[in-house]
Design a protein around this ligand. Structure first.
Ligand code: ADP
Length: 456
């Protein structure tokens, strides 16, 4: 049985980082194959970074490197987060195409590849994660590795037209075709990638995920990422969850809760969501005084500038909506710009009547799946999901909306609040089944089977 070698920007070298589903899934595959995990240490150093640090834990070898200030800026903050992130989320207007950032991105991909190659042995399989390392396959090949390499993109892959806006798209596409198996969150993303290869690179779609392109035969499939479904359901009935639910219950004072939980990012459609909530109070007066919307949105550190603009916009909208509709004993809309423990979030999901997951574009959206698993089977809440979230392909039994259509979203929130118990239960049961069946272990297994990795 060969080892699995993972490469991602952040690793789970710090045991506290193993709390998230993805980290757990990768971690478990590595412990069962005696694997290695390469990435960034999280430290930024002045001058040249020293040799990579080796940490061994439960049979997994972590090899992590510090970044120089120039690497952290050019590779991470600029090219990964201010070029690829916005373009892949269809926000070309927000991309900052600097002169030297791609070079920094290439150099870091190469430096990490050079760090990995000497450790690779015959029989190993490499699993690269996410938009930070789109060039990794190419540099691993150039370093002499000809064994299997899988790649999973956690964010969307844009339509060919949008992808072409990326000045370096040809080089990136060619490099991506050095991977053997490419995993996307949704069929839509997969088909965008394949269409690009077929139209612009003379690729041939052979069916069943196989594509011939640049003299290679590669596979591209959708592997929608899941959550640790059963354990999340348990969190929702734990003590921390109950305490959080009681605390927000005091604020609600018997009113229904409409909830949003997102990182504060422009891809999440927060201003549009706030406006839709305002429209609901406008168009459905019976909701006034009976419903409160709470948005939890901690700032994301990697996108400071855009966050500042968004924050100003949300402050203004919240002020206006509360000014227009609020009353002496009622705050219609509030947002909390901070993060909460997963156990607390689980309790908030459970007490919510409606969860608004309305990103303008999202690779998957795990909040939607967490909300489903946190529900009380006797009185489940209703999920309202954007058609532009990858999760909409799997969770089509819920209420699906176009997040740009404020009127329709407002109407849908009202419909969700009024939905009879029987319909709520019927819909929820279907969603629950999908989230449980297609959980994080299912996702990992499906991907690694295609990469031919035996993790049993
Ligand atoms: P993204 O990866 O783009 O942030 P996802 O919805 O796929 O979006 O994943 C977000 C994860 O972060 C979920 O597991 C969710 O529970 C967590 N999260 C989101 N907002 C908060 C918050 N305010 N506090 C703590 N965790 C959060």
């Amino acid at each position: 049985m060969g080892r699995l070698i993972a490469i991602s920007n952040r690793t789970a070298a710090d045991p506290s980082a193993r709390a998230g589903g993805l980290a757990v899934a990768v971690w478990e595959s590595l412990t069962s194959t005696g694997g290695m995990w390469f990435g960034w240490s999280g430290n930024i150093v002045k001058g040249e970074p020293g040799p990579p640090e080796h940490i061994t834990d439960e049979g997994v070898d972590f090899v992590v490197t510090d970044f120089t200030e120039a690497e952290h800026d050019g590779f991470y903050l600029q090219y990964a987060n201010r070029v690829i992130w916005p373009v892949f989320h269809y926000r070309v207007d927000l991309a900052h195409f600097g002169d030297t950032d791609f070079e920094a991105y290439e150099k870091v991909n190469k430096r990490i590849a050079d760090m990995v190659v000497p450790h690779l042995e015959k029989g190993d399989s490499v699993w690269v994660h996410d938009y930070h390392f789109l060039l990794m396959g190419d540099f691993l090949r150039k370093g002499g590795w000809d064994g299997p390499i899988g790649f999973f993109l956690h964010i969307p892959f844009p339509s060919p037209e949008v992808f072409r806006a990326l000045p370096e798209h040809e080089q990136i596409a060619r490099a991506m075709c050095e991977f053997d198996v490419l995993g996307f969150q949704s069929e839509n993303d997969r088909s965008n990638f394949v269409q690009f290869l077929v139209r612009s690179c003379d690729g041939v779609d052979e069916g069943d995920g196989w594509i011939s392109v640049f003299g290679r035969r590669i596979r591209a499939n959708a592997y929608p990422i899941g959550i640790e479904a059963e354990s999340f359901a348990k969190l929702a009935v734990g003590q921390r969850a109950k305490t959080a639910a009681t605390r927000i219950g005091k604020f609600l004072g018997g009113r229904k809760l409409v909830l949003g939980v997102d990182r504060m990012d422009y891809s999440k459609g927060l201003p549009q969501r706030f406006e839709a909530v305002g429209k609901m109070f406008d168009n459905f007066p019976s909701t006034r005084g009976r419903v409160s919307f709470t948005q939890i949105a901690p700032p994301s550190r990697s996108k400071v500038e855009e966050y500042q603009d968004l924050r100003v916009q949300l402050d203004e909208l919240a002020g206006r909506i509360n000014g227009d509709y609020g009353d002496l004993d009622w705050i219609p809309l509030r947002y909390l710009a901070r993060s909460y423990d997963r156990k607390e979030l689980a309790g908030l999901y459970r007490i919510a009547s409606v969860c608004l997951v309305t990103p303008l574009r999202d690779g998957m959206n795990l909040v939607a799946k967490e909300f489903v698993m946190a529900q009380d089977p006797d009185d489940p809440g209703v999920l309202i999901l954007s058609q532009f979230a990858g999760a909409a392909e799997q969770l089509s039994d819920t209420l699906i909306v176009n997040p740009h259509d404020r009127y329709h979203v407002a109407e849908t929130i009202y419909k969700a609040l009024e939905m009879p118990l029987e319909e709520r239960q019927e819909r929820w049961e279907k969603l629950r089944r999908t989230v449980v069946e297609q959980d994080i272990s299912w996702w990992r297994q499906k991907f690694l089977d295609d990469l031919d990795v035996d993790t049993c």
